[in-house]
Design a binder for this molecule. Structure first.
Ligand code: CS2
Ligand code: MN
Length: 345
């Protein structure tokens, strides 16, 4: 099913407009006002679902319930926080939400160094360059960071970065295992499939550990707790930023195990080592052979939600970086067309 991310009532794109993209039948949504670490109330999730269904679509995925930093750091408060996470997962199950996409990246979610790189056709896209990242000054908190990051004051961010000095990759894996050992059984019994999103970009930034960066790492995630409910989000654009990631091989291995529960299909063009820009979705504009990726998903019997991912800004649209309407709608139609060609071909 082709799906579309929606940021709730504060999203300038109304559900009624998403409904008019012919390909889209499912919404990828979330509650954005629940403090990180607090359980998500059943009635709020159910209300979101009803809103989506009133507009003729289904609530296919929750992306994301953020994982509290204390869990990633392995602090003693994690036990209560993981209990809360489990409560949210149970509530998703009760509300009939089948998939939960989440990530385990320390401090920063997806990170870019430019939000409006001009492409040849006059559109703008998000871009990342490691050399530019190195110049970002974090002594003012997240004030100088472009994009998505949770806002932290200088003091908060300093303390958090200090705390991570004692968390290396091994420790982060241990902390992920602790989390999954408790959450996966709850997901399994609630009818919710967990879909861990790979790190974006797939390497360490600001000296912080990042572990979900490759096919091998994704397989390791699924074997930490070997249950069908413990799966991954296959994010083409995130993984492709590292040229050594063989996307179709990753799909075939994890897909054969039935562990891909959600797919993000966006294209990128590598512009150097640890440097890339996002592009229009079709294969010819970037480094990803999207037909091959969808073909591999189909060959491994993938039947889950697929969404177009970050779009460019085109036709004068302004909006949330990566999440305007027009280019994501074009991406959705392209993915729909490819999928129709593959499944009926
Ligand atoms: C998303 C991520 O916008 C994006 O790139 O893929 O923000 C994603 O929602 C999270 O990493 C998943 O928890
Ligand atoms: Mn993604």
């Amino acid at each position: 099913m082709i799906t579309f991310r929606w940021f709730g009532p504060r999203d300038p794109i109304p559900l009624a407009h998403i409904r008019q993209i012919p390909a889209v039948r499912g919404i990828v949504g979330a509650l954005f006002d629940i403090p990180v670490g607090e359980p998500w109330p059943l009635n709020r999730i159910a209300a979101l679902r009803e809103d989506v269904e009133r507009h003729g679509m289904s609530l296919a995925v929750i992306e994301s319930i953020p994982v509290h930093e204390d869990i990633k750091l392995g602090r003693s408060t994690r036990s209560r926080l993981v209990d809360n996470y489990c409560e949210s997962v149970r509530n998703l199950g009760s509300a009939g939400v089948p998939v939960l996409c989440y990530n385990f990246m320390p401090v920063f979610d997806w990170t870019r160094t430019e939000l409006a790189r001009r492409l040849d056709d006059g559109s703008t896209a998000l871009a990342y360059d490691d050399a530019a990242l190195a110049k970002i000054d974090l002594s003012r908190g997240t004030a100088d960071l472009p994009g998505w990051a949770t806002a932290y004051s200088a003091d908060e961010l300093g303390k958090l970065l200090d705390a991570y000095r004692s968390v290396n990759e091994d420790k982060l894996w241990e902390n992920l295992a602790y989390f999954l050992e408790r959450v996966v059984p709850v997901a399994a019994s609630s009818g919710v499939r967990l879909a861990l999103h790979p790190d974006d970009p797939p390497w360490s930034i600001f000296g912080l550990p990042r572990i979900v960066t490759s096919g091998a790492a994704l397989e390791r995630v699924t074997s930490l707790v070997d249950d069908p409910a413990n799966g991954i989000t296959f994010c083409a654009g995130s993984l492709a930023a590292d040229a050594s990631n063989d996307l179709t091989a990753i799909v075939r291995r994890l897909g054969a195990k039935g562990r891909i529960h959600f797919a993000h299909c966006r294209n990128i063009k590598r512009t150097g080592a640890r440097s890339f820009q996002e592009t229009a979705h079709p294969s010819e504009f970037g480094d990803i052979d999207m037909r091959a990726v969808l073909g591999a998903l189909h060959d491994t019997d993938f039947a889950g939600p697929i969404r177009s991912d970050h779009g460019r800004m085109i036709w004068g649209e302004t909006g949330q970086p990566g999440y305007g309407l027009h280019d994501r709608a074009l991406g959705a139609m392209y993915l729909h067309g490819l999928w129709e060609g593959i499944t009926r071909g």
